[in-house]
Design a protein around this ligand. Structure first.
Ligand code: FES
Ligand code: FES
Length: 154
């Protein structure tokens, strides 16, 4: 039996020994890794502020899914690749298209929800352009109290 937990975080190999199995991915990201772009809102899987993406092999192909980090326990990540909002810009610093569109089209006001929306869109990005209905579907699990959603869908 293995005592270590292995996964990839933003391209970095992670091996954790004797981790408390009750540790959530959100707490570990924010408190241990200081990756505070992933926000804590409801802390019970309802608001989407803590959205990250998790990639696993499905049918031999990588499948990227949005995940609420507040209800994801670290042992659930063994063998997966986790990406946070800090890990999606290009190596030369260019923004991910979801970040770029959010900034250009004023999809962010207070900004608290923004990383979660961006990561939900990052998860959906490999599916290609899908129009407003598709975007609405992709961000259905994310709440924003400021924008009225119009600029985000734009
Ligand atoms: Fe609200 Fe995780 S903090 S879904
Ligand atoms: Fe403030 Fe969405 S921009 S909660």
């Amino acid at each position: 039996m293995r005592s270590a937990l292995h996964f990839i975080l933003n391209g970095e190999r992670i091996a954790l020994q004797d981790v408390d199995p009750r540790t959530t991915l959100l707490d570990w990201l924010r408190e241990t890794r200081r990756l505070t772009g992933t926000k804590e809102g409801c802390n019970e899987g309802d608001c989407g502020a803590c959205t990250v993406t998790v990639t696993r092999l499905e049918g031999g192909r990588p499948a990227r899914r949005p995940v609420n980090a507040c209800i994801q326990l670290l042992p659930m990540l063994d063998g997966a690749a986790v990406t946070t909002v800090e890990g999606i810009s290009a190596p030369d610093g260019r923004l991910h298209p979801a970040q770029d569109a959010m900034a250009r089209l004023h999809g962010s006001q207070c900004g608290f929800c923004t990383p979660g929306f961006v990561m939900a869109l990052h998860a959906d990005y490999p599916n290609g352009r899908r129009g407003k209905a598709g975007v609405a579907d992709a961000v259905a699990g994310n709440l924003c109290r400021c924008t009225g959603y119009g600029p985000i869908l734009a």
